[in-house]
Ligand binder design. Structure first.
Ligand code: UT7
Length: 321
C-alpha cells in the first residue's frame, strides 16, 4: 500500500512585506536581498491571526482538492515550530476547527524540515495499514519570533501554511522518505528562551531567532547534496529519472546548488521563495501546492521534495504524483 497525494492546499496571509519596506527598518537593500536570497517579498500574519488560522485555510483547500470530507481523515499531523500555544497542540486545535472527529492529532517540531518529517510519519502509518487517509500540514508564523533589528534574519522569514491529503492506494505514491538530524549543530540556528529554560525579562520575554547564516548555508548545501543522493540510491534511480525538484524555500542560491548537483535545469525546479521568503515548515507544501495548481506537475511524474532546518534537521521524500 502506498501513500498517494489526493489533494493539496496552501494559504498566505494578506499583508505583503516588501524588500523596500525592510530598507526603512534595517541597513539593507532590495538589491542585496534579491542577490543573496532570491526573496522579493514575504507575508506577515495579521494581528491575532495564528498558525492554526493559516493551517485551517490550507487544510480546507487540500480537503476540497481531494474531494474528501473532514470525517474521512483518520490522522492529522502538523509540522510547526510556532504553535498557537504550548498545548493543546496546533493539531488538536485544528482537528476541532475542521470537525475531524476523534482521529489522532499531533504536532511535529523539526523546524524547516517539519513538513517532510510529518510526511514521513504519515507514510509509515499508511504503509502499515494503521491509517487510510492522513492530513499533513506545515504551518508557521515565524515573523512572531523575528528580531526586526537583526538584518541577518528579518529579511528572510515569512508566514504561511500548506497541506496535503494522503490516501492509501495500491498505486504509488510516496516511494520513500528519509529523515535525519544532528543536534551538534543546534547553536547555528536557534532560539534561546523557552518554557523550561525560562523567558528573559531583559529581552522582553520574547522568543527570537538567531542564526549564523553563512555557516548554516554551507552545511545546508552539503547536507542537501547528500540527502538527494541517499534518496535516489534507496530507489535505485538516477538523477535523470526525476521530473521535478520541490525544495525547501530558504535561499535561491541553496536551491540552485541542489539543482546543479542533480543536473536538473531550473525549469524543473519549483521556486516560490521570491513570493514568500522562508516559511519554515510551510515552505515545501506551499511550493508543492503551487506546482500542482499551476498545472506544472502532472499525475505520474516523479517529484523529489527536500528540506533543511534548525536542529539541524533535514529530510527528503521521493513521490510519484
Ligand atoms: O531554513 C533554515 C535554514 N536556513 C538557511 O538555509 C539560511 C542559510 N543562510 C543563508 O541563506 C545566507 O547565509 C544568508 C542569506 C543569511 C546570508 O548570505 P551570505 O551570502 O551567507 O552573507 P554573509 O552572512 O556572509 O554576509 C555577507 C555580508 C556581511 O557583511 P560584511 O561582513 O561582508 O561587511 C553581512 O553583514 O552581508 C552583510 N549582510 C547584509 N547586508 C545587507 C547580512 N545581512 C544583510 C542584509 N542586508 N540583510
Amino acid at each position: 500500500m502506498y501513500a498517494r497525494i489526493a489533494g493539496t492546499g496552501s494559504y498566505l496571509p494578506d499583508r505583503v512585506l516588501t524588500n523596500r519596506e525592510l530598507e526603512t527598518m534595517v541597513d539593507t537593500s532590495d538589491q542585496w536581498i534579491r542577490d543573496r536570497t532570491g526573496i522579493c517579498e514575504r507575508r506577515v500574519a495579521a494581528e491575532g491571526q495564528t498558525t492554526c488560522d493559516l493551517a485551517e485555510q490550507a487544510a480546507l483547500r487540500a480537503l476540497d482538492a481531494a474531494g474528501l470530507k473532514p470525517a474521512d481523515i483518520d490522522l492529522l499531523i502538523v509540522g510547526t515550530t510556532t504553535p498557537d500555544v504550548v498545548f493543546p497542540s496546533t493539531a488538536c486545535l485544528l482537528q476541532h476547527r475542521l470537525g475531524l472527529g476523534e482521529c489522532g492529532a499531533f504536532d511535529v517540531n523539526a523546524a524547516c524540515s517539519g513538513f517532510i518529517y510529518a510526511l514521513s510519519v504519515a507514510d509509515q502509518f499508511i504503509r502499515t495499514g494503521s491509517a487510510k487517509c492522513v492530513l499533513v500540514v506545515g504551518a508557521e508564523t515565524l515573523t512572531r519570533m523575528i528580531d526586526w533589528n537583526d538584518r541577518g534574519t528579518c529579511v528572510l522569514f515569512g508566514d504561511g501554511a500548506g497541506a496535503a491529503v494522503l490516501r492509501a492506494d495500491p498505486e504509488p505514491g510516496i516511494l520513500s522518505t528519509h529523515i535525519h538530524a544532528n543536534g551538534g549543530y543546534g547553536d547555528l540556528l536557534k532560539t534561546d528562551v523557552g518554557v523550561s529554560r525560562g523567558f528573559l525579562a531583559e529581552k522582553g520575554g520574547g522568543v527570537r531567532v538567531s542564526m549564523r547564516g553563512n555557516e548554516v548555508f554551507k552545511v545546508a548545501v552539503n547536507t542537501l547534496g547528500r540527502i538527494v543522493d541517499e534518496t535516489l540510491a534507496a530507489n535505485q534511480l538516477d538523477k535523470s529519472d526525476l521530473d521535478w525538484l520541490i525544495p525547501h524555500q530558504a535561499n535561491l542560491r541553496i536551491i540552485k546548488a541542489t539543482a546543479k548537483k542533480l543536473q536538473m535545469s531550473m525549469d524543473q525546479v519549483i521556486v516560490t521563495v521570491d513570493k514568500h521568503g522562508n516559511t519554515s515548515a510551510a515552505s515545501v507544501p506551499l511550493a508543492l501546492d503551487h506546482a500542482i495548481r499551476s498545472g506544472r506537475v502532472q499525475r505520474g511524474e516523479k517529484l523529489l521534495l527536500e528540506a533543511f532546518g534548525g536542529g539541524f534537521t533535514w529530510g527528503a521524500a521521493l513521490i510519484v504524483y
